[in-house]
Design a protein around this ligand. Sequence first.
Ligand code: HEC
Ligand code: HEC
Length: 299
Amino acid sequence: MVGRTIPALAVIAVGALFLAACQPTVDVSRASTTVRTGLALAPPDTPVLPLGRDGRPIRPSAIEGSKVFLKAQCIVCHGPEGLGNGPAAANLKSPGKDLLTDFLLLIGIRAKGEQLPSHPANFHNVVQMRLNSPFSMYETVTRGRPHTAMPSFGPRPAYGAATFGVRLTDEERWHVIFFEWAFSTTPAEVARGKQIYETRAMDVSGRMLTCAACHGTDGDGRGHEGLALSAKLWNWARGQGPGIFTDVNLMAQRKPSELFQAVMDGHGEMPSYRGKLTDDEVWAVVNYAWTFVYQYPAK
Ligand code: HEC
Ligand code: HEC
């Protein structure tokens, strides 16, 4: 036992010395001057969405998106209603491109990798959609999804992703994914969400407040309570960040499930709504909150 432990320890010790020797050396002598001259300010937020003519991020529109959906033939796979049942859906296969097939191609052998069946997404599947962010969908449309039949519609396909011979502009890709986003709700649900948002008052430290009292009727955090809150919350004062539903770059990266959780559990200055709103009511108000950043058909 001991006879085996000692060589093992020796190997570990030599290995550790070797690793230590490989560490990059850090020159601490200059660190103090950096601190004295001050740290650079954080770079300004880089917008995720392209800027429109007015210098502000474009407003994605489900109506514009429906035109792109037709033009780019998303319908062929995803179906006219986005149910994942287009005419090509049943026979789709992954491109079958991988490192081995590419390596063989180098020596002149044209091999096809394993082509697995691939099923188009159904945008009415709320279990899936509540875990998506608009940004993750945008990335899928832009780069394609490797090893599935979902092709790239942007300038640079991901490795192993299919292409389809159709290129969409940045703006078109944002519009089309918000068209798909809209399938996960209904005009009736959005209307119900609006009603809860504007009229359902809750006791917050002895005062009856609606969502709109804090978040604003327009979702910009400029309700009468919201204005008071912006004295405490620097991001609300800037009109950006969590709880500012008009901050499209933030909302594009959120998932409905995260917003649902925030409303249920409470979040910072916001009370918990667990037991005060039903699950369905919270989903309705969450889906309504998204309509502040994109043009929903019924509005
Ligand atoms: C050739 C068939 C095909 C076409 C055309 C196609 N898709 Fe897809 N799409 C798929 C498949 C297959 C998947 C599922 C990929 C997977 O298994 O993860 C998918 C998945 C997606 C997803 C991811 C959804 C999720 O929940 O993760 C988005 C977003 C999407 N497609 C948008 C589009 C848009 C927008 C267009 C048109 C511009 C389009 N697709 C055209 C086949 C297609
Ligand atoms: C007392 C004021 C107040 C009320 C009432 C209120 N909120 Fe909030 N809410 C906030 C504040 C402030 C934040 C940001 C919290 C933080 O960043 O710490 C927030 C955050 C949120 C978030 C999280 C956003 C994110 O991106 O993580 C959601 C979703 C939300 N509120 C929805 C609602 C809904 C829906 C209602 C009504 C049912 C509501 N809020 C009522 C003040 C309020």
